[in-house]
Design a protein around this ligand. Structure first.
Ligand SMILES: [Zn+2]
Length: 226
C-alpha cells in the first residue's frame, strides 16, 4: 500500500529518469561522461547514488530532482528502471574506450542508446501475477480481511477489476523502487498492462500519479464487497 505523497514523488522521479537517460545518450557521443570511479563491491543502487552524487552539478536541472535530498530515491529508481526495462549483454565491452568501471550501473549508462528493451517472458508474466497477489493481500490485511492474495486476484479478474489492479500494483512497485526494494521483470509486464495497447505503447500515454492513487482508493472500497 502506498501514500499519496509517495506516489507523487515516485512518478515525478520516474519522469526525470527518462530525461536523464536521454541526456546521457547525448553526452556519450561527445565523450564527456566519466566512468573511472570503481564500484566493484557496491550494489547497482549504491553505484548509481555515488555516480549521480558526483555528477550532480553537471546534470541538467530537468533531468534530476530539484533537491539534493532526493538523490537516494532518484538513484534507486533510475537503477531499477534501467535493470528492469533493458537488457545488458554481459560480455559486450561497452566500456572499451573508457578504461573504466565495469559494474552494472556504469555498464548500463555507457551502453546508452545501444541498450535493448527487454522482451516479456513467461516468467515475467508469472512474476507480475505474484506482485498483484501480494499487493492485494496487503490491502485486505489493512482492511482486516483474511483472504489469500491469489484468491483476491481471481475475484478481481472475475469482476472486471483487472485494470485497477494493474495500475495500483504498478504504483506500489514504483514507490518500492525508490527504496530499492523492488526490481525484476514483473514490473515490465505491469507497465505494458497500463501503458501499452496490443503490441505497442499507447499514443501520448503519460504516467500520472492520480490514476494510480485512485485505483488504490477504488480497490480499498471494492474489496470488502467481494
Ligand atoms: Zn561503476
Amino acid at each position: 500500500m502506498f501514500q499519496r505523497d509517495e506516489i507523487r514523488q515516485a512518478v515525478r522521479l520516474q519522469e526525470k529518469s527518462y530525461r536523464l537517460l536521454r541526456w546521457v545518450g547525448r553526452q556519450l557521443k561527445s565523450g564527456a561522461l566519466k566512468f573511472d570511479q570503481i564500484h566493484q563491491a557496491m550494489s547497482m543502487g549504491e553505484a548509481a547514488k555515488e555516480w549521480l552524487g558526483r555528477h550532480w552539478d553537471s546534470l541538467p536541472q530537468d533531468a534530476r530532482p530539484e533537491r539534493r535530498e532526493e538523490l537516494e530515491p532518484f538513484a534507486y529508481l533510475m537503477a531499477s528502471y534501467l535493470a528492469t526495462s533493458f537488457e545488458l549483454k554481459p560480455r559486450e565491452p561497452y566500456l572499451e574506450t573508457y578504461c573504466g568501471c565495469y559494474c552494472r550501473w556504469c555498464s548500463y549508462l555507457a551502453a546508452g542508446p545501444r541498450l535493448k528493451v527487454r522482451k516479456v517472458t513467461k516468467k515475467a508474466r508469472r512474476d507480475a501475477q505474484e506482485l498483484k497477489a501480494v499487493y492485494l493481500q496487503g490491502l485486505a490485511e489493512f482492511l482486516d480481511r483474511a483472504v489469500p492474495g491469489t484468491r483476491l486476484l481471481e475475484l478481481a479478474e472475475q469482476r472486471g477489476e483487472g485494470h485497477h489492479v494493474s495500475l495500483a500494483t504498478y504504483g506500489n512497485e514504483l514507490v518500492r523502487r525508490t527504496r530499492y526494494a523492488s526490481q525484476g521483470e514483473g514490473i515490465l509486464v505491469l507497465w505494458r498492462e497500463i501503458a501499452w495497447e496490443g503490441h505497442r505503447p499507447k499514443e501520448d500515454f503519460r504516467l500520472q500519479a492520480e490514476p494510480l492513487w485512485q485505483a488504490q482508493e477504488h480497490l480499498l472500497e471494492a474489496i470488502p464487497k467481494w
